[in-house]
Design a protein around this ligand. Sequence first.
Ligand SMILES: Cc1cc2nc3c(=O)[nH]c(=O)nc-3n(C[C@H](O)[C@H](O)[C@H](O)COP(=O)(O)OP(=O)(O)OC[C@H]3O[C@@H](n4cnc5c(N)ncnc54)[C@H](O)[C@@H]3O)c2cc1C
Length: 434
Amino acid sequence: MAETCDSIIIGAGIIGSATALALARKGWKPLAIDALPAAGYGSTSASCAIIRPYYSTVDGSAIAYESHFYWKDWPAFLGFADERGLARYVNCGCTILKTGRNGQLAAILSIMDELGVPYAELDAAALQDRLPGIDLNAYAPPKRPEDPAFGLPNGGTISGAAFFPTGGYISDPQLAAHNMQRAAEAAGAAFRFNSRVAEIATRDGRVAGVTLTDGTTIAAPVVVNVAGPHSSKVNRMAGVDKGMKIGTRALRHEVAHVPAPEGLDLERNRTVFSDSDIGGYCRSETGNFLLIGSEDPECDPREWVDPDEYDTEFSEHWRTQVMRAAQRFPKLGIPSDTRGVVSLYDVTDDWIPIYDKSDLPGFYMAVGTSGNQFKNAPIAGEMMAELIVACEGGQDHDREPVGFRLRHIGREVSIGFYSRQREVNPDSSFSVLG
Ligand SMILES: Cc1cc2nc3c(=O)[nH]c(=O)nc-3n(C[C@H](O)[C@H](O)[C@H](O)COP(=O)(O)OP(=O)(O)OC[C@H]3O[C@@H](n4cnc5c(N)ncnc54)[C@H](O)[C@@H]3O)c2cc1C
């Protein structure tokens, strides 16, 4: 006889584990299934895990700001001790440069004012105090190294930045997923690893369960796609992709791990730094290192890939990203040995995720996290659990969207913001900034 459970979650990354935890806290007994050997071994493990409150939309920013409070009190949120210890929130704040490309932050700061997010504006001198050695020439637009103007100042200067104290990063994103797994197990969830879902079964017009590659069948009236960069493959298995206006695709990305620029002690002066003028972001990493990622400038080709078949070696992007960062921090060396990660974002058409039901009753999805949803994982899990309970209770979310209360900041958002049926959101940055 087939195994049965009340809900199956495909994928035990940070968001799948959070969904398992939130459902278990509502009295369900979810089973999270993952093809990999442990929670958070997929794209979660490659995450820079930056926490920041600013996005290009009000709802996106509200949820991101709320997430700070979950991470700030992580032990209380989990309510459970993990034998491996707890992931640490390095609440160092984050700095974003005022640039011509982000309209000197006017739109973002107006959203921050609307939400009551604290920030301080820094002039050029304050910025230099905070980040000794920073070069405040403007270089925009970001260029490719083969462009003769690469690395040449454009004649303008950076006027300043905004510093947000409710930000930073999580020390170990994979451990955070493991923490979530342990808390979920304590609440009644189960996890099964090294198990790949190969088929999704339907019966009488609704989802009926899954079949694994080894032939095991598991019956469940609810199945949730949280498969990260594999999300479009899982949606195709369920046949729900045709009922979506917004699609998801896997995008290859590289993050460089390099020694801190000479003269900058990132052990004492931890930082998160976003710089649209050169098209990159960086954050400190343990041992006085710097992680450098891309903000997807228009000049760089986007590498859409098959998540089961992509190049896991570093390419020339690695060096380009480091050289761009060296425009801002001229004392940054360019190491000859490439270190860091090559991984995948699961990107939607407007770089805003999909947290939604589907046209197949009982089949849900938390997908398209677009390189920017690690921070929101605890809330994404709770939103998915609210959505599932409401829909299974008969609510038609497509017509009457389920609401979600952001309890720390005292605001209600509509989960309909993340609908698969939305039009492409024109307010999005169409980049990892969301
Ligand atoms: C390089 C990089 C940097 C990032 N930096 C940040 C950041 O600074 N801040 C931020 O907020 N976000 C960031 N993100 C995004 C964030 O990490 C992701 O949004 C988040 O980790 C996604 O979690 P997930 O659980 O949805 O997916 P994943 O962690 O990818 O988990 C999906 C899981 O599904 C499993 N799976 C897939 N298909 C199947 C199947 N058929 N059967 C069984 N299991 C299956 C996979 O094995 C995988 O473990 C970054 C992402 C990357 C790649």
